[in-house]
Design a protein around this ligand. Structure first.
Ligand code: XMP
Length: 487
């Protein structure tokens, strides 16, 4: 048997895309993508199913911008279903955990909280979270004694306009318009505070016209499941909570276990299933035969992955996408390129190679909405980011992604590391830069949508010195260009 396959393994840094004649302005291109008739995204981005990347907060932030987050599975099936529930119930404009004050809080403390959080009014609650009043700018504007307690000046419950949950933004807006108030507390039948709608947030909601939504106008969300018993426990719970995308999430998708799990889900439920991860032509055909709607490509390209050095296995990511795309040509199956994306240019290259969307771990881990811990080192802010095959993550539960069944933690063989990444603020700002880069790339090629990007683009292989030339060189970088995501 011939030992070497007869093609070269290339990744993002090994190529560039040739510029072509263009009449397309980047501001006019369309970056929508469809992973299935039920999964229509306005931007081709997914956040990775990792415990330092995607829980409900990240999934909400990404869906508001037009992508979709995949809730990780390093938690119990019940907890995971609850995270999905939070995304599906999210109404942009309704704050679920508003900052509150208590009746006995003194005004000087209130002023401090106002300044720190840039807000100008609070629900007032007792120790059982029961709503007892509201304190707004109007109540405190002319008060000079900072030692006064809140209960002496708040608008008491009896005089308040409030609403009962569940309520949607439209209904809240009507109440607020009618009664001319700027803040509407939401309570349950026991008078416990459940949320707050502010007029400012209603205006903000108008800023999310690009959000990715289901047929009931709710944000889209996906969730990761393991194989066999794990999938059997998670899938029903996730679907009961209206999860839109089930991702069979393993390090090696070209296996009997993964195949059987996909077949079982497709046979028993009506839902969209992603299978992965894979990196070869044969694996793509295998997952296609098993009934996957979408395949996820990437064995070892991730920034925290050590699979390639620990196991000696992998396919450079650009070649992997090209091979899978070749195998699935003419079918309806869509491709997610997962891992190894460091710059917006890598997104352009992944889609040009055949991907319909990309999954990001590292880049999203850097944002405020990622669940990873925020730490300070030498006056700079960082977030913890770890591989799901790292010892830390596997001890917490992700052993099955790497098919490890040892019950003793010291017998685990890690295929990932724990690290820190620079903190970059809100996901929204990162997404703006990434999509800006994608649009710019499409402008250089003359591609008006992602399909044209896949069809028209041509690659040129480059040398190491060309790669050096591609990055800023021979200057001291004093201020990073905003979309130059160098660590
Ligand atoms: P980036 O490059 O965005 O990659 O950080 C994220 C993707 O990496 C995969 N992943 C792992 N791969 N060992 C691996 O070999 C790990 O511990 C690990 N954790 C995550 C995963 O596909 C993710 O989306």
């Amino acid at each position: 048997m011939e030992k070497f396959v007869n093609f070269e393994g290339l990744t993002f840094d090994d190529i560039l895309i040739l510029p072509q004649y263009s009449e397309i302005s980047p501001s006019k291109v369309d970056v929508k993508t469809s992973l299935h008739e039920k999964i229509n995204l306005n931007i081709p981005l997914l956040s990775a199913a990792m415990d330092t990347v995607t829980e409900s907060e990240m999934a909400i932030a990404l869906a508001c911008q037009g992508g979709i987050g995949i809730i990780h599975k390093n938690m119990s099936p019940e907890e995971q279903a609850k995270e999905v529930y939070k995304v599906k119930r999210f109404e942009s404009g309704i704050i679920n955990n508003p900052i509150v004050v208590h009746p006995e809080t003194r005004l000087k403390e209130v002023f401090l909280i106002m300044k720190e959080n840039n807000i100008n009014g609070f629900p007032v609650v007792d120790k059982d979270m029961k709503l007892v009043g509201m304190l707004t700018n109007r109540d405190i504007r002319y008060i000079e004694d900072e030692n006064l307690e809140v209960y002496k000046i708040m608008t008491p419950f009896e005089k308040l306009i409030y609403a009962y949950e569940p309520i949607n933004l439209e209904e809240a807006k009507n109440i607020m318009n009618k009664s001319k108030i700027e803040k509407l507390p939401i309570i349950n039948k026991d008078r416990e505070l459940k949320g707050l709608v502010t007029y400012k947030d209603i205006l903000k909601e108008i800023n999310y016209p690009n959000a990715s939504r289901d047929s009931k106008n709710r944000l889209l969300v996906g969730a990761a499941v393991g194989v066999e018993e794990d999938a059997k426990r998670r899938v029903p719970l996730l679907l009961d909570n209206e999860c839109d995308l089930i991702v069979v999430d393993t390090a090696h998708g070209h296996t009997k276990n993964v195949g059987n799990t996909i077949k079982w889900i497709k046979k028993n439920f009506e839902c969209v299933v992603v299978g992965g991860n894979i990196a070869t032509y044969e694996a793509a055909l295998f997952l296609k035969d098993c009934g996957a709607d979408v395949v996820k490509v990437g064995i070892g390209p991730g920034s925290i992955c050590t699979t390639r050095v620990v196991a000696g296995i992998g396919v450079p990511q650009l070649t992997a996408i090209l091979e899978v795309s070749k195998a699935l040509k003419g079918s309806n199956i869509k491709i997610i390129a997962d891992g190894g994306i460091r710059y917006s240019g890598d997104i352009v290259k992944a889609i040009a190679a055949g991907a319909h969307a990309v999954m990001l771990g590292n880049l999203f881990a850097q944002t405020e909405e990622a669940p990873g811990e925020l730490i300070h080192i030498g006056g700079k802010r960082y977030k913890i980011y770890r591989g799901m095959g790292s010892i830390d993550a596997m001890i917490k539960g992700s052993k099955d992604r790497y098919f490890q069944d040892s019950v003793e933690n010291e017998k685990l063989v890690p295929e990932g590391i724990v690290g820190s990444v620079p903190y970059r603020g809100k996901a929204e700002d990162l997404i703006f830069q990434l999509i800006g880069g994608l649009k710019s790339g499409m402008g250089y090629i003359g591609a008006k949508n992602l399909e044209e990007l896949r069809e028209k683009s041509k690659f040129i292989k480059i040398t190491n010195s060309a790669l050096k030339e591609s990055h800023p060189h021979d200057v001291d970088i004093r201020k990073e260009a905003p979309n130059y995501f160098l660590n």
